[in-house]
Design a protein around this ligand. Sequence first.
Ligand code: SF4
Length: 378
Amino acid sequence: MKYTPAKPPLTGETLDTLTARLREAGEPAFRAKQILDWLYKKRVRTWDEMTNLSKPLRTWLADTFELMPASLVFNKQSEDVTDKLLLELGDKSLIETVIIRVPQEGVGPEHSRKTICISTQVGCAMACAFCASGLAGLKRDLSAGEIVAQLLQVCYREDARTPRARMELASFDNIVVMGMGEPLANYDATLLALTIVNAEWGLGVGARRITLSTSGLVPKILKLADEPLGFRLAISLHGATDEVREKIMPVNKAYPLAKLIPAIEQFTEKHGRMVTLEFILIEDVNDSIDQAGELRDIARDLHAHVNLIPYNTVAGLPWKRPSNNRQERFADVLRAARVPVTLRREKGHDIDAACGQLRLKTEQDRGQLVAPPVAQSA
Ligand code: SF4
């Protein structure tokens, strides 16, 4: 389903496209930079706050663009340091954006490093067996403006909590495109959004601080390898052999490891950046020593970093999180081969932090969706 809003969001405009629109309206080109400064640097929430613009220009802007295409429904904070924002779009679709705080030694929690996990689709078509986002399938792609809007909403929230040291800075440190949806299945909008986020006239977030995650869409990985902006890449692997991967990730049928691994190699060669392999540990599915050995070999050949994520168990469902001992035993196989590995203790365990869960629950509560019980996501 495609959604065309009555007015396009201002957050989907680049400096060039906004300049062109303003010229058509008889306004000088420099106004575009002023408007984007109000949006991304000063982060005003109304047109009337753009005080160096004339009243007729503000009226034209209000008639032409939506200032903010995503509104905050609620914010759910976990007992640890993770926040989940549930946002509503113009067509009432719900999306999730997560703020993951990493406390820094010697400073208060307000100075935590913040990584923001953003969504790129409403739902997801990839149908990974462990993921809540894919349970009800794909509803629609997000527009570039809707993707960017998630980050502005995070800035609004964080600016209110901690005054910015420098007004022009984004209120977070890193972005991971790992929320709801397969970003490379919504390639053009995602790349446009990240270009806006990266731009000096936008949020000014460096490409190295942005990680795109994919379930393994090989042609799009190859296309991404040719992009000039050097975003980081993470692969949701979750199975180190075709047999195991195929059980939980249908994408593996179209793009098995024999196709996926060379595509990752090509990306690494072109960008010279270490790729991350994401691996959710699910008891008796992919947490055997054999799988650890296969994963070690893949990671070593690719010079990749491995991120192990213990499965987030949900009562009433068959999937289980392996014991800490089993997790450590798995990680030790990688460590012994000096493969860089992080064993992530999942943040936000108590707030349905895995992507898609909060949206599904809320849609069920609202009667918008009849979905199976909430499962796990990446
Ligand atoms: S894990 Fe990612 S790609 Fe797979 S269904 Fe969930 S959102 Fe889609």
